[in-house]
Ligand binder design. Sequence first.
Ligand code: SAH
Ligand code: SF4
Length: 356
Amino acid sequence: MGAKTELIGLSKEELQKALSDLGEKPFRAKQLWQWLYYFGETDFDKMTNLSKDLRHKLQENFTVSRPKIVAEQLSSDKTRKWLLEFADGQRVEMVYIPEADRGAVCISTQVGCAVGCRFCHTGSQKLTRNLSAGEIVSQFMVARDTYGEWPSPTNEVRYLSNIVVMGMGEPLHNLENTVKALNILSDGDGIAISRRRITMSTSGIAPRIVEALQKTGVRLAISLHAPNNELRSQIMPINQRYPLEKVLQACQDYQAGDGSRYITFEYLMLDRLNDSPECAQELIGLMKKYHLRATFNLIPFNPWPGCAFRPSPNNRVREFAKILENAGFAAPIRVARGQDILAACGQLKSQKNSEN
Ligand code: SAH
Ligand code: SF4
């Protein structure tokens, strides 16, 4: 007997094909999809509108898996962090950031990351491997399991209302699986997180930006972090390959296709490195030059053991925000969450073993 096929991560078409190979009609695929992604069911025996015979066939041929929860931590501010392990023993961290009446789940696309941004804990770890589409989707499903948010809520009131692809890894280095996963997560017959409530953050893999957004319809965030190439290359080596001009040109191309879409530019505030008023002015110049409809997200730097940077002092961050706001840009300062459990942006690591 061959190995069983994992169902989580198959597209609708693939699921239909898998069932038709078993001699089943297309509507069975619809029912199964609903069990998997609307009800979050993992036990074939509980899929009661499927015949006993079909359930048996499913059992023989397929699996429905979740990553194993190796550890779970709850911050004093209610941010939750999970350490998840996949079948081959590789691990990623996932974070849930609750707000009063909603919340965002931060998911990963790779184990480690090859981009190597100097300020990022994940980036200090190198790339181990890409996650499959199923591994990306099933992270979110673990969060749903934890909060008991099955079946998928039919209104917009939910604990887990938003997804941010801001965990470990560079999504555009794992484009195909990420696109597939985001399309499963946003499918209206299943998990049904609206595309407008999903944000994908990239370090700026310029040639893939437009394609990824066209194929998913999610929102775009760019990790900008510096207003000129000299500075950006210092902290993000990827900038030598895809300099600011290329990244911003791709942003312009994306907005040319859909004028209503704002892009969020993430900007890490690093003490005396990129936090001067001149840097803020230079940023404004860039936005004007490329005619971008942009909002900024000023991110306080979250230190991790062994890092070489320090966060900007609050007054400098506020001054920076003010300059952007005066030029007509929204520039909220991100509130760091879950710091007591190292769950904030850029602090995630797979903690597989001591050499990491
Ligand atoms: N690889 C993608 C998505 C994951 S990183 C990207 O880089 O955009 C998510 C965000 O966290 C990025 O904006 C990243 O620059 C930021 N980040 C990385 N290290 C950080 C740190 N130590 N403190 C705060 N934010 C950090
Ligand atoms: Fe990779 Fe993003 Fe970290 Fe850079 S910030 S090393 S792209 S995960």
